[in-house]
Design a protein around this ligand. Structure first.
Ligand SMILES: NC(=O)c1ccc[n+]([C@@H]2O[C@H](COP(=O)([O-])OP(=O)(O)OC[C@H]3O[C@@H](n4cnc5c(N)ncnc54)[C@H](O)[C@@H]3O)[C@@H](O)[C@H]2O)c1
Length: 288
C-alpha cells in the first residue's frame, strides 16, 4: 500500500519543476491529486493550460488518479475554486501543498510596484488564499463531527530565511512571511486536526536555472551519478509530511542535495533592561 493511499491532495504550481514531482510521487503513492498550474512564464506573465493537463495525462497513463486545475492561485476566487474542485471531484480534501511561485528580482532602489505586487500576490497571498479556503472546509468538517487528519505543506525559501539575498527583497519578504504564516497556522488549525509545515527547497528547475550563479551550484550530474539536485529529490519529504501517520507540525525544513535540516526562527540573543523610562543616551551606550 502506498504511503498516501486514499489521501486527496491539491498541489499548486504542479505543472512544472518541484510541484510536478510532488504530483507524480503523490499519485504513485496512492493519492488523488488536483494538479493546479496557471502555466505562465518565470515572471508570472501569460497562461497556458498545457502543463497541468500534461502532468494529469502522465499520472492517468500510469494508472493514477488526477484532475487538472488551471486557476490563478494568486486570486481569492481561483484559490476557492481549486479547493472546491478537490471536494466535488474526489469527495474531500486531506492535503494542500502550496508550491506555485514566480520571480521578479530587482534591487530595492529600482524596484517597480508591479514587481513587488506580483511576487507578494503569488507567494504570500497565494499561499494564504488556498490555506484560507481549505481551513474553512476543515473547520466545517470538524464542527460536523468528522475530525480531519489533514496536512498543509507550504514552500518557503532559504532566500528570506537563512540567506538575505540581495536583489530578492520582494521574494525574500514573501518567503519569510510564508514561514511565519506556517507557524501561526499550525497553532490555529491544530484544533481542527490540521498539521502545517513548510519546506525551503533547492533544486534544479527553470526558476533556479534563471537565477545567476545557481546553475553552476547545481551542475548536471555525470553519467551514473546520483542527481541529488533533481526536483524529484524534494518530494519524498513533502510526501512524508502529507502522510496520515506523520506527527510533525509547526516546522520549517531546508531540503537540498542529500540533506534535510530543521530550521529555527527568531529568538532573543541579547536583552538590556531599565527600571525607569528609556533615554536615547542610555540605549546608545548599552545596545550596540
Ligand atoms: N527550485 C529551487 O531551488 C527553489 C528554491 C527555493 C524555493 N523554491 C520554491 O519552490 C516552488 C516551486 O518552484 P520551482 O523551482 O519548481 O519553479 P517552476 O517555475 O519550475 O514551477 C513553478 C510553477 O508554478 C506555476 N505558477 C506560478 N504562478 C502561479 C499561479 N499564480 N497560479 C498557479 N500556478 C502558478 C508556474 O506556472 C510553474 O509551473 C516555488 O514556490 C519557489 O519559490 C524553489
Amino acid at each position: 500500500m502506498g504511503a498516501l493511499e486514499g489521501r486527496i491532495a491539491v498541489i499548486t504550481g504542479a505543472g512544472r519543476g518541484i510541484g510536478r514531482e510532488h504530483a507524480l510521487l503523490f499519485a504513485r503513492e496512492g493519492a488523488s491529486v488536483v494538479v493546479n498550474d496557471l502555466g505562465g512564464s518565470n515572471t508570472g506573465e501569460g497562461a497556458d493550460t498545457g502543463p497541468a493537463h500534461e502532468v494529469v495525462d502522465e499520472i492517468v497513463a500510469a494508472g493514477g488518479k488526477a484532475v487538472a486545475n488551471t486557476q490563478n492561485i494568486a486570486t481569492w476566487d481561483g484559490a476557492a475554486r481549486l479547493v472546491e474542485q478537490a471536494i466535488s471531484e474526489f469527495g474531500g480534501l486531506d492535503v494542500v501543498v502550496n508550491n506555485a511561485g514566480i520571480l521578479r528580482d530587482g534591487f530595492i532602489a529600482g524596484m517597480e510596484e508591479s514587481q513587488w505586487d506580483a511576487v507578494l500576490a503569488v507567494h504570500l497571498k497565494g499561499h494564504f488564499s488556498v490555506l484560507r479556503h481549505a481551513a474553512t472546509y476543515w473547520k466545517e468538517q470538524s464542527k460536523a463531527g468528522n475530525q480531519p487528519n489533514a496536512a498543509v505543506i507550504n514552500t518557503a525559501s532559504g532566500s528570506g530565511l537563512t540567506i538575505p539575498n540581495a536583489g530578492q527583497v520582494n521574494y525574500g519578504a514573501a518567503k519569510a512571511g510564508i514561514a511565519a504564516m506556517t507557524l501561526v497556522a499550525a497553532e490555529e488549525l491544530e484544533r481542527y486536526g490540521v498539521r502545517v509545515n513548510a519546506i525551503a527547497p533547492i533544486a534544479r528547475t527553470r526558476l533556479t536555472l534563471a537565477t545567476p550563479g545557481m546553475g553552476a551550484l547545481m551542475g548536471e550530474p555525470e553519467e551514473g551519478e546520483v542527481d541529488l539536485f533533481s526536483p524529484a529529490n524534494i518530494s519524498p519529504l513533502v510526501g512524508y509530511l502529507a502522510s496520515e501517520k506523520c506527527p510533525v507540525t509547526g516546522k520549517v525544513f531546508a531540503v537540498q542535495g542529500g540533506a534535510i535540516s530543521e530550521l529555527g526562527g527568531w529568538h532573543d540573543v541579547k536583552t538590556i533592561e531599565t527600571d525607569g523610562l528609556w533615554e536615547i543616551d542610555d540605549i546608545a551606550v548599552r545596545l550596540p
